[in-house]
Design a protein around this ligand. Sequence first.
Ligand SMILES: *Cc1c(COP(=O)(O)O)cnc(C)c1O
Length: 406
Amino acid sequence: MESKTSDNLQDLQYFGEYGGVNPSISDSSTYTFLSAKKMFDTFEGNTEGCYLYTRHSSPSNLYLGEALAAMEGTEAANVTASGMGAITAVIMQLCNTDDHVVSSRTIYGGTYAFMKNFLKKFNIGTSFVDITNLEVVEKAITPKTKMIYCEAVSNPLLEIADIKALSQLAKKHGIPLVVDNTFSPLTITPARLGADIVIHSLTKFINGSSDCVAGVICGTKEFCLSLKDVHSGAGMLLGSTLDSLRAASILKNMRTLHIRVKKHSENTQYLAENFEKDGLRVVYPGLKSHKDHEKLKSFMNKEFGYGGLMTIDMGSLEKANALMEMMQERKLGYLAVSLGFYKTLFSAPGTSTSSEIPLEEQKEMGLSSGLVRFSIGLDNDIHRTYRVMRECMVALDILKSDTTMV
Ligand SMILES: *Cc1c(COP(=O)(O)O)cnc(C)c1O
C-alpha cells in the first residue's frame, strides 16, 4: 500500500516509434487524418486515440500525463505550460460568473493574486480561510461555492491540510476538493485521501532541474477530457500548452524523483533538527514541534520523508537578507525563488513569493518579515553544509557562538 505511488511509476513502460526505450518526441503541431469523416468525428469530441492539433494534445504530452496520473493515482492527467496554467484552467473550468471559491489563505502568491484580483473581472469571489479550521471552512461555503481549494503543504508556512476531512466536507456540499501538491510529490497522494483534482507545478520537485516551467492537472477522465473540449475546455481555449520537447525532458527527469525526494527530505530533516537544537525557530513538518506533525505522519507515504522545504525565522528582514547574501557567497546555494533544485534555494517570502499578500494579512497568518524559506538541495555531505550555514549565522549574530554544535 505504502509504496504504491512509486510502483505505478516504476511499472510504466514505453515502446517508442522505433522500439526505443524513450518514446519518440512528437515534433508536429498538426496531424493528418486518413479520412475526412475521422477529422469531423474528432472535432465532435471523439478524440481518443487520435491527434488533432498540439494545443489539444500530443503524444509526448500524453506520455507525461500518463506518468503523472500513475503517480497521483488518478484516471487521467493533462499537462500544461506552467503551474499557473494548470491552476487557472481548473478554476475557469469549474466557475462561472458570480460563483464563489473557498480557498486556504496560505497559498502560492500567484494563486492568491489570481483569486483575489483577477477573478473579480468575473465577479467570482473567494473566501480565504484558515484551512486547518474545518468549522471555518464549512461556514464559508455558500450555495454559489464551486470548489474548496488548498495546498497539501501550504506555501510558505508549511501547514498541512487534512485532505480526508476536507474531502468529506466537499462531498457533503457536492463540490470538488482541489489540491495543489507541488510541495509534497510522492510524500502525499491527495487523490487517495479523497481529493478530486490534484495540481502540480512541475517546475519544482518533479522536474527538479530549474530549467523550465510546466504544470499538470490530475483528475477523472471526464474532467480531463472536458478541459480539452474544443468548444468549451479551458485547457484547449486558454491555450496553456506545454511544448512536446519539454514534456519529454520532464518525463526523463521524473525517473529519479523518488531518489531525489528521499534525499531532499533526509537533508532537510537533518538541518531542521540541528537548527532547532541550536535554539532557532524552525518550521518543518518533520519536527515533533510542528503543529501538524502527527497529522501528516498519519497519512503520508513515510518512506519519502517530510519534504525538502523548511523555514527559519531570522528575527528581522535585515538579518534574513544578510544571511541569504552570505550563504550565496559561501556557495551554499542561491538567493532565488522556486524549489526542488539540486542546490539549496532561499528567499524571504514576505518580500518575494508572498509579496502579493498585504502586510497586514501576512502578519495575521504568521508570516513574519524575518522568515527565510529554504528548499534544501541534494548535498552529499549535509553536516558540512550545516557547519558552514552555522558559521554564517554566528557571523551575523543570529546564533551565539557559544552554543554547542553537533
Ligand atoms: C510555483 C508554484 C506554483 C506556480 O507554478 P508555475 O510553474 O510557476 O506557474 C503554484 N503552486 C505552488 C505551490 C508553487 O510553488
